[in-house]
Design a protein around this ligand. Structure first.
Ligand code: LHQ
Length: 262
């Protein structure tokens, strides 16, 4: 088993730690494969009810491992599109469509694809010392892993364009103030808070959470009319869940709900 992604199970939570700290957790093929395998395992296991993604060492993730992507004089250039098609795009799609909430604990710098993979998660916490860098333009590339889609939606087009063109570092506090992430947490408390959040989500109505993710996935391409129709359909499904029955019962009985995730 690859050590490039550490997989730990705590109750209903699977904690995934990108683990190439000497390379600031930059992605190579092995790490992509390990992460894809871990996420497929989560999807197939109904007892997993939340995911926590973080990085080992002082960084969250420095994007693509560039030592694998150097181009020597006279050599034909690599097909970076194929790399995206094979690895990064499926990863972002997997995170967005995974029927479990995904918490990201950004423990240090998140650069290039690493930044956009963090932003593709459902709830992003960042250590106060962490930062986000759209590093792509610094090496002549285009923000990928959903960056040109996510960023304008999160922070507005003016900021998104400047971040993409300038590749400037955004501090965790700035990211929070701009609405790019959910919350900044003191470094020493990051994992404690992220775990508490993941535990809370794992005790929640998992089926309902999956339907919420589906609603958000559709919102940017839908008209209000279409979204209202979708909410009707999703609510119909949510209303049939055991957790809805339990949620209402608990409310009426003035006690905390005991959700089972179905
Ligand atoms: C790294 C990396 C790295 C290898 C730090 N690779 N070693 C998708 C499809 C296909 C291809 C292309 O790309 C993509 C998507 C992308 O992600 S493109 C963007 C790729 N990422 C970057 O351009 C970021 C490169 N890294 C940096 O700019 C800096 O390392 C940051 C700002 C992240 C951190 O800076 P520092 O804190 O000063 O650390 P450092 O630069 O000293 O890095 C520490 C070590 O990690 C160092 O190795 P060394 O042997 O000298 O200790 C770096 O070479 C290595 N490292 N990022 N992406």
């Amino acid at each position: 088993m690859s050590e490039t992604v550490l997989v730990a199970r705590r109750g209903g939570v699977v904690e995934l730690t990108l683990n190439r700290p000497d390379r600031l957790n930059a992605f190579n093929a092995e790490m992509h494969e390990a992460l894809a395998r871990a996420l497929a395992g989560v999807a197939a296991d109904a007892t997993v009810r939340a995911v926590l993604l973080t990085g080992a060492g002082r960084a969250f993730c420095a994007g693509q491992d560039l030592s694998e992507r150097t181009v020597a004089d006279g050599e034909s250039p690599p097909d970076l599109g194929a790399t995206l098609e094979h690895w990064y795009n499926p990863l972002v799609r997997r995170l967005r469509t995974l029927e479990r909430p995904v918490v990201c604990a950004v423990n240090g710098v998140a650069a290039g694809a690493g930044a956009n993979i963090a932003l593709a998660c459902d709830i992003v916490l960042a250590a106060r010392s962490a930062s986000f860098i759209q590093a792509f333009a610094r090496i002549g590339l285009v923000p990928d892993s959903g960056g040109t889609w996510l960023l304008p939606r999160l922070v507005g087009e003016a900021r998104a364009r400047a971040l993409a063109l300038l590749g400037e570092k955004v501090t965790a506090e700035q990211a929070e103030a701009w609405g790019m992430i959910w919350k900044v947490v003191d470094d020493a408390r990051l994992m404690e808070e992220a775990r508490a959040l993941a535990d809370r989500l794992a005790a929640g109505p998992t089926r309902g959470f999956a339907l919420i993710k589906r609603a958000f996935a559709a919102t940017w391409s839908n008209t209000l009319d279409a979204q209202l129709d979708l909410e009707r359909d999703l609510q119909r499904e949510a209303g049939r869940s055991e957790d809805y029955r339990e949620g209402v019962r608990a409310f009426v009985e003035k006690r905390p709900p005991r959700f089972v995730g179905r």
